[in-house]
Design a protein around this ligand. Sequence first.
Ligand SMILES: Cc1cc2nc3c(=O)[nH]c(=O)nc-3n(C[C@H](O)[C@H](O)[C@H](O)COP(=O)(O)OP(=O)(O)OC[C@H]3O[C@@H](n4cnc5c(N)ncnc54)[C@H](O)[C@@H]3O)c2cc1C
Length: 511
Amino acid sequence: MIVDPALLAMRARATFASDHRVAALVRPGSVTQVQACMRIAASQRIPVYPVSSGRNWGYGSSLPASDGNAIIDLSRMNAILEINPRLAYATIEPGVTQRQLMQALQDITPALWLDATGSSPDCSIIGNTVERGFGHTPYGDHFGHACALQVVLPDGRLVETGFGQFPGAAATPVYRWGVGPAIDGLFTQSNLGIVTRMTVWLMPEPAYFQAFFLRARESALEPMVDALRTLRLEGSLRSSIHLVNAFKVISSDGRFPWGLADGTGRLPEEATRQLIARWGCQAWNGSGALYGSRAQVAASRRRVLELLRPVATELRFLDDRTIGIAGRLRTPYKWFTGVDLAQAMALVKPVYELMKGIPTSRMLASTYWRKREIPDEFDPDRDRCGLIWVNAVAPADPVQVRRMVTIVETVFRKHPFEPAMSMTLRTERAVDNIISITYDRDRDGEDERAMACHDELLSALMDEGFYPYRLGVQSMALAAQRRDPSARELIDRLKHALDPHGTLAPGRYAG
Ligand SMILES: Cc1cc2nc3c(=O)[nH]c(=O)nc-3n(C[C@H](O)[C@H](O)[C@H](O)COP(=O)(O)OP(=O)(O)OC[C@H]3O[C@@H](n4cnc5c(N)ncnc54)[C@H](O)[C@@H]3O)c2cc1C
């Protein structure tokens, strides 16, 4: 157990201010040790908070949801227990990172792809999945592609979910429901157990992959949502599609133009125009990909062209061959066109690779947008980058999506930050808007200003019916108040039955 105040203070850091202290840190190396931790915590009434890799940036990093918790850091439990090439799954422990599983797949069975998030390659796969996070391939719904959880309950007992509850059940890693009540959902976005093992399904590499990138004017948002929903519903597009606004693009490499700052804290209009011109972006900038045989991709591409060309100002397709050519043509391209292809490729290539499940740390540069310096190795907590996510889900309906965007823009007009939005068609029917409030924690008063923006934005979105798909520790209380009393009571009863003294992660999604 670690109680060194300096180390504990490091674990209490996040990308926003909080007065939660960390009382101790334990790093169990096995399930039996996690069980022992939970028994001690229950008998001594010590609140404990599990993290798998603790890189939950913008949602709290490894910061517990309440004060005075001991962190149970599961990163030492990092065994890949099985990779099954034929049935395309891996069974892993919580410390297994995106980088680690990708490397293992490349060594053992390169024809299987991981689905990666845009966060660091060193993030835990289980940490993200229990938050119901998402990635960028057709397997992007992480919890939707996971099963067979092993869970330590708050009293130290062990349970398995799905068919794992039945001794010798042959289909445990391949069939999520088992038979009888499905209980695995209880252990995501909750404080009812610690997940110590999970099976994640892997995507077979398609015979052919083609990505597309589009740009569109502000007024094209509504027809674009209609077109994208149609493409998703009919199956022409199988993965999440992203639409990011111009602020998201220009803040992606973390270089606020301080030379043009006007003292208001906002990005001046002229600087915005210059950055938009430099990046060559539009009001909305989209990316998506096609996966399948050459014939399947060609058929989907025809539909994408048919529906998106009339609404986009630009629509380009890229595959491995064209990406390679672009890499070789960087210098001559700039001579002839004046456009910095290297800069464009620096942004496009990581997005392209993410759509093939290859994790990157490149996106973390965006957390340095308001910092004056960017280090070689990113660590937003250490470098006091300010980042607060607010997210909201809307039906994939043009009127609703426009309403959601208008709320975001209206709230940001009152606060000195850029409304950077990244909208993802997560399913055939739902759009998730991930809004970042990015700032410099070293500037006086900025933590308070950013949290005021968060509070107002989250409340305004919920007032209009747009609720978040996931909460950070900064948002738990605001969102919890809104839950219907009967649902709240049911969750409280479950919590009390499993954890009568409330020692596991108090305040995390529930009491
Ligand atoms: C630039 C940038 C891009 C990002 N892109 C994405 C993205 O594309 N998709 C996305 O989903 N997120 C994204 N994120 C957000 C975040 O960084 C990731 O979701 C990340 O995977 C979460 O951190 P982690 O994996 O270290 O999980 P952890 O911090 O280990 O876990 C997250 C939470 O889950 C709970 N938990 C963890 N492990 C367990 C367990 N074993 N049992 C029970 N509860 C547990 C904990 O309470 C913890 O607070 C991004 C962040 C940044 C800064």
